[in-house]
Design a protein around this ligand. Sequence first.
Ligand SMILES: Nc1nc2c(ncn2[C@@H]2O[C@H](COP(=O)(O)OP(=O)(O)OP(=O)(O)O)[C@@H](O)[C@H]2O)c(=O)[nH]1
Ligand SMILES: [Mg+2]
Length: 177
Amino acid sequence: MGKTFSKENVYAKILFLGLEDSGKTTLLYNKIMNGNITTVATDSHNIEILPPIEGLSMAVWDLGGHKSIRRRWEDHFDGTDGIIFVVDSANQRRFIEVKDELFKLFDNDVLNGVPICVIAHKQDLPDAESPNDLVDLIDMREVVSHEWRVFGTSTVTGTGIDTAFNNFAMLVKRNLK
Ligand SMILES: Nc1nc2c(ncn2[C@@H]2O[C@H](COP(=O)(O)OP(=O)(O)OP(=O)(O)O)[C@@H](O)[C@H]2O)c(=O)[nH]1
Ligand SMILES: [Mg+2]
């Protein structure tokens, strides 16, 4: 749930989810440090608080996406105010698995009504699907139970990152209980 710790700032708990290698940790630390970083696979989680956007501070929980640890995602669902789901837009072979993981989230009662940001990441790669094509391919347009948005991003070119975070912060703020 959103919590006010001062008059100015509201804190929101945001989960960073997605298959392993989709680029979650790279994207998070690129946002924080404004540059390229080298990551290793996340075996548990990283937590970072982003500078406030319009009075909303997002506490981001970046969870490891490897199949063997996805079952532990659920341990962190309680109190979630928003989900950022990162997809490697150039890895078409894994879109079925992406859809499967996303739709499991929509079926989970603890996440009822939590807004979702789909990140069509790695837009710099030549085979990357555009954000619009990606959401068609994973059937996001069927989803009416959660407010959702899609944004295209790349940490190689820096495209779309601020737009995605700024717009999603506004949506989360509107939905805070
Ligand atoms: N081409 C390209 N590669 C990227 C981009 N973002 C991240 N990567 C690469 O994707 C690979 C995986 O990045 P991570 O950030 O470790 O992926 P992750 O989703 O955190 O993986 P797990 O922690 O295992 O769940 C790394 O080799 C990154 O350099 C991007 O925008 N474009
Ligand atoms: Mg990671």
